[in-house]
Design a binder for this molecule. Structure first.
Ligand SMILES: *Cc1c(COP(=O)(O)O)cnc(C)c1O
Length: 346
């Protein structure tokens, strides 16, 4: 049996030999004292990339979101976000546990909501409604199938939020996928936001870590909660080096993942019973519905797994997600399509 074709998630990437060597050789120190040269280099690189004054290396993207929410809000405040947002569905209630905020989901299209929805939700019922203090945007939208927020729409939703005196936060777990797909520089996407972050463990292929960015004052506050939430580390340069390596070597190649995702989608669209609009695939996430095959996502994925192909069920019982990344090559896409044809009995 050849190797598994692992399309389950872009979190499944393994560090390459070259990345491991770079991590091995990284100079390190006590990051809590500001004495880890590799962590400091990463802070500078990410602040420059995202166009912010300062940045902060954290163990996970989840902690970036949770710390940002904590800095921007007080208990009882309302956070406006899409109904599919990671902070709402996949962070184990963190915003409630850690910040005591009320999440106010909006019904976007593929994770993308409108300025009108922001205005209506923020207005609420006057003083009966939890005050809207923070707007949270996800670029790209994970449950939206990797949809890219157009820059103009990001700008207008943030303008409306600012009109209500709200802070603005960008969950950029896959921001670099949006950058590569659209050609819009990362800093331009981040300009309208008070805080933003990128993940190194998604398509960028590093084993650990994410980096939050914002004004110097914001990052000063974020340091306090990094300490409080147990995210302050010691010789963290050894993992931060994976992020530095990824920024230097794994950004442009995201375009290959996007090409492969489109090819996977086009192939799936020819299989009877599989519903997918290939034009909806903008980045590295492919969502499709198997209801028409008479199976649910779990049985479809189990059939794929027998042929050494991993995908996952997400969002709805008949929806399957496949995510391309640096450990899936062209031959892997061919094998995935063959396995999908077999799984539907074709
Ligand atoms: C993966 C992900 C996160 C969380 O990142 P971790 O590094 O896994 O904690 C947050 N938001 C989105 C959109 C994600 O896909």
């Amino acid at each position: 049996m050849p190797e598994i074709v692992n399309l389950y998630s872009d979190t499944q990437t393994l560090p390459t030999d070259a990345m491991r060597r770079f991590m091995c050789d990284a100079p390190v120190g006590d990051e809590q004292r500001g004495e880890d040269p590799t962590v400091n280099r990463l802070h500078e690189a990410v602040a420059a990339l995202l166009g912010k004054e300062a940045a902060l290396f954290l163990p996970s993207g989840t902690m970036c979101n949770e710390i940002a929410y904590k800095v921007h809000t007080k208990p009882g405040d309302g956070v406006l976000l899409d109904g599919t947002a990671h902070t709402l569905l996949f962070e184990a209630g963190g915003p409630g546990i850690l910040s005591g905020v009320i999440l106010r989901p909006m019904n976007g299209v593929r994770g993308i909501f409108t300025p009108e929805q922001v205005a209506e939700t923020a207005r609420g019922f006057g003083r009966y409604t939890p005050p809207a203090r923070l707007l949270s945007v996800e670029q790209t939208s994970n449950l939206g199938g990797g949809a890219v927020w157009p820059l103009a729409q990001i700008t207008t939703v943030c303008d409306v939020a600012r009109g209500f005196d709200m802070a603005t936060h960008l969950d950029g777990a896959r921001l670099m996928n949006a950058v590569v797909a659209s050609g819009v520089p990362a800093a331009n996407y981040c300009t309208p936001f008070d805080s933003c972050w990128i993940d190194f463990t998604k398509g960028l292929g590093a084993p650990v870590g994410a980096c939050l960015a914002g004004s110097r004052a914001f990052i000063e506050d974020a340091w306090r909660y990094k300490q409080a939430f147990g995210g302050a580390m010691r010789q963290a340069g050894i993992i931060a080096a994976g992020g530095l390596y990824a920024l230097a070597h794994h950004v442009e190649r995201l375009a290959d993942d996007h090409t492969r995702a489109r090819r996977l989608a086009a192939g799936l669209a020819t299989i009877p019973g599989i519903a997918i609009d290939p034009a909806s695939v903008e980045t590295n996430i492919v969502l499709f519905d198997v209801a028409g095959t008479g199976q649910d996502a779990a049985s479809f994925c189990a059939a794929l797994a027998r042929d050494g192909v991993r995908m996952g069920s997400i969002g709805a019982p008949t929806v399957v997600r496949a995510v391309t990344h640096l450990d899936v090559d062209d031959a892997g896409i061919d094998r995935a399509l063959t396995a999908a044809r077999t799984a539907v009995g074709g």
